[in-house]
Design a protein around this ligand. Structure first.
Ligand SMILES: *Cc1c(COP(=O)(O)O)cnc(C)c1O
Length: 470
């Protein structure tokens, strides 16, 4: 295939893509596919000779879409949404044609400068303080690892980078048990060790208790540990729990601990001023991550890390070999010095297209609708005996279980979840909450409608009734 065929094929692919997306509502969300079935249909060795794009694309159409889980399905209520608004898909396509490496200003002036402006647009959109800066990362996992490395190095006066960690004091990081596993992973990979991630007890609302945080820090200091940072949780993955940031970040500041807030999912909702109460105190944080690639509509991958003082993270992550030296370093930003990978995609373009094509009002309306429909869905489920709400809606997420009289509710709920997911009209996933198996319903697909949400509730009730009769 050559450049001269690109135009024709791009048009064919666009036609396929638009038909695919518009037809999804009537398709099952998850494929009926046995493990290994797809691999068995792909030749085990690569071709020696060029194949025709006609044949390649026909194989794609035959083998792949029917064996995918359709994340852009409007009745996808599993995990968290991973939206791809049409304008964002287009921007990604444009970036794809240019395929630039956006590591330095010099390698991508427009991408670098657009990134700076988009970070500032989002800073304003979320109501974060003037003067904060930030960087686009691939995922929240990378942003959190960057923040944990920065906590570590700041506390060691940047000696760990040169000397390694052996002989250094045993470090401690504090977070609640509601935080995402990416925090555990970051603490492991940063050489701090899982055992030094202190899971601070939570209150009745699953927020970290400030008094317990203070006590843990005091006890650790007395025992000779080196506290290095606090990680706040806003919209945890399990049930959407949030810490009370004002209290715990005030302690972090008094104790001179670096702080990072994981708002990967819930951060998008902060474009609506009425929801910002959940992260009251955010201005005390040193680092905040949120994923426009979840709820906002930028397609994966697009994670924003805001930084109060980027210098600490840059000092931790920047490395400047001769072959990356550039001139005029004072007037420019080389974003690869802010992140772990050197190579970087042109991600700012999809934010630019997204924010302009829908406007903040258009994006707010979607999020407000999702939150309102989540409340409606939870009310309907609460009325449908023997379904029970386990955790009330937090933004677009609630959990419930199925507890028919005389049955083990964990087993019954598991059976209901299996029935829902093999039915295929909607898709939900589970979590464990206080030792109980519960089903999560997470509303936030860009194209979902009130009818989709209520249809999903009707399907859940129908399948629960059917299980009861069987
Ligand atoms: C999804 C999620 C993550 C992980 O996000 P990635 O971008 O996939 O690394 C981390 N924290 C929370 C709260 C999340 O919802």
């Amino acid at each position: 295939m050559n450049y001269d065929e690109l135009e024709g094929w791009s048009a064919k692919v666009a036609a396929w893509g638009s038909e695919y997306l518009q037809g999804l509502r009537h398709q099952p969300i998850r494929p009926q596919v046995a493990p290994g079935a797809v691999a068995a249909q792909v030749p085990p060795s690569p071709p020696e000779h060029a194949e025709n794009m006609e044949v390649i694309f026909a194989d794609f159409q035959r083998l792949i879409p029917s064996a995918m889980t359709h994340w852009q399905h409007p009745r996808f209520f599993a995990y968290f949404p991973s939206n791809a608004a049409p304008a964002s898909i287009m921007a990604e396509q444009v970036a794809n044609y240019m395929s630039a490496q956006c590591m330095l200003w010099q390698t991508s002036p427009a991408a670098t400068e657009l990134e700076t402006v988009m970070i500032d647009w989002l800073r304003q959109a979320l109501g974060l303080p003037d003067g904060w800066r930030g960087v686009l990362q691939d995922t929240a996992t990378s942003a959190t690892l960057s923040a944990v490395l920065t906590m570590r190095e700041k506390a060691l006066a940047w000696r760990g980078l040169r000397e390694g960690l052996s002989g250094m004091p045993r470090m401690r990081i504090y977070a609640s048990a509601q935080t995402h596993s990416s925090i555990d992973k970051a603490v492991r990979l940063a050489g701090i060790g899982q055992d030094n991630l202190v899971k601070v007890p939570t209150d009745a609302n699953y927020a970290m208790r400030a008094d317990a945080l203070q006590r843990a820090i005091d006890e650790d200091r007395a025992a000779g540990f080196l506290p290095v940072g606090v990680i706040g949780c806003i919209g945890g993955t399990s049930i959407g729990a949030s810490d009370r940031l004002d209290g715990i970040l005030a302690i972090a500041q008094q104790e001179s601990l670096y702080s990072h807030v994981d708002a990967a999912w819930a951060g998008s909702a902060m474009i609506c001023p009425e929801f910002r109460e959940i992260w009251c105190g955010i201005e005390r944080a040193d680092s905040v991550v949120f994923n426009p690639h979840k709820w906002l509509g930028a397609n994966f991958d697009c994670s924003v890390q805001f930084l109060k003082q980027p210098a600490d993270q840059v000092r931790t992550l920047a490395i400047r070999p001769q072959y990356l030296e550039t001139l005029e370093t004072d007037q420019i930003t080389n974003y690869s010095e802010w992140t772990i990978p050197l190579g970087r995609r042109f991600r700012a373009l999809k934010l630019w297209f997204l924010l302009r094509a829908y406007g903040l009002e258009g994006l707010r309306t979607r999020i407000r609708n999702h939150v309102a429909w989540t409340n409606e869905a939870a009310q309907a489920i609460a009325k449908a005996v023997p379904l029970e709400i386990v955790t009330a809606p937090r933004l677009g997420l609630f959990t419930f279980r199925y507890a028919p009289a005389g049955a083990d509710p964990d087993l019954a709920t598991r059976a209901l979840l299996e029935a829902i997911n093999s039915d295929g009209r909607t898709y939900l996933t589970q979590t464990t909450h206080e030792g109980r198996f519960v089903i999560r319903m997470s509303v936030g697909h860009f194209e979902t409608t009130r009818a989709d949400v209520l249809d999903a509730v009707a399907i859940i009730c129908e399948l629960a009734d059917k299980l009861r009769l069987d």
